[in-house]
Design a protein around this ligand. Structure first.
Ligand code: AMP
Length: 282
């Protein structure tokens, strides 16, 4: 496996691979790699001749007062994980390499980005879209791999690729969970033992929402209330939002019908955790 830190050496390596006819898959990450990330790498390795993983804690996608400085970073551990995952190239740029000058050109996806995560994190998705536009231009992947864990991000990334005609197929991969249901996430490292035990409330709330829909509930307010009530049973957890929306457009649906997505965010100590599940209301 090759590790690069500059855009030039990354392009040179991948230009060589493409010249030989190889297909390139990209797994963009913030690092602090876990089983969710390695599932994306395994899928990319199964689909593509050459797999590139980027590890970059992108300052543009962190808002003022968020955890950019505290975000867990361990490049050596990440390199070890990547080297065992069928990956050919690990790209670990510095902030200076990616943003040598104050950024004046950004990409933002409208509509999809204002609600849910967007209401708590107004600049987040523009930061994600901008760094992905750069990574796609640097790496030139024919496929890029994203987790359903970040469902709204997936919707934003799909529109980014379609609207700007990036020649990249966006591949969605299922959420990988701990045995007790907690979605794997780098920010789980912020949880102390009591918070870690309490964190299962997020997935339990979503499953209660799914059960309500499956039992015939078609009022979104009732489904929201069901999820909020479950979060309310856990004193350490603070509900940010619990919503049920159209799975594709992320628009509100009332009465509930079709492919739905239930999404929720909670605060737990220093951590802010998000998760989502799908359900069909027919
Ligand atoms: P991050 O490093 O948190 O930005 O995540 C990088 C990629 O891994 C994103 O596409 C995430 O959606 C995906 N990912 C993170 N956690 C999980 C998980 N538990 N299961 C599946 N994919 C995940």
């Amino acid at each position: 496996m090759r590790t690069t830190t500059t855009i030039a050496e990354t392009r040179a390596f991948l230009d060589g691979a493409r010249a030989g006819g190889a297909t390139v898959g990209l797994v963009p990450t913030l690092g602090s790699l876990h089983g969710g990330h390695t599932s994306l790498m395994a899928r990319a390795a199964a689909d593509c001749d050459v797999v590139a993983v980027s590890v970059f804690v992108n300052p543009l996608q962190f808002g003022v007062g968020e955890d950019f400085a505290a975000y867990p970073r361990d490049v050596d551990a990440d390199a070890e994980v990547v080297s065992r995952s069928g990956v050919d190239l690990l790209f670990v740029p510095s902030v200076e390499e990616m943003y040598p000058e104050p950024v004046r050109t950004t990409v933002s996806v409208s509509g999809l980005t204002t609600r849910l995560e967007g209401s708590s994190r107004p600049s987040h998705f523009a930061g994600v879209a901008t760094v992905l536009a750069k990574l796609w231009n640097i790496v030139g992947p024919c496929r890029a791999y994203f987790g359903e864990k970040d469902w709204q991000q997936l919707a934003v990334v799909r529109r980014l690729a379609a609207d700007l005609s990036f020649p990249v197929e966006v591949v969605a991969c299922p959420t990988v969970r701990e045995p007790d249901g907690l979605a794997m996430a780098s920010r789980n490292a912020y949880l102390d033992p009591a918070e870690r035990a309490a964190a299962t409330v997020l997935h339990r709330a979503l499953l209660a929402g799914v059960a309500a829909v499956e039992a015939g509930e078609r009022d979104p307010a009732q489904v929201r209330a069901t999820m909020a009530a479950v979060v309310g049973t856990e004193p350490l957890a603070e509900l940010d939002y619990a919503e049920v929306v159209d799975a594709t457009t992320l628009d509100p649906v009332d009465p509930l019908t079709g492919e739905l997505r239930l999404l929720a965010a909670v605060g737990l100590g220093r951590a802010r955790l998000i998760d989502n599940v799908g359900v069909l209301a027919d």
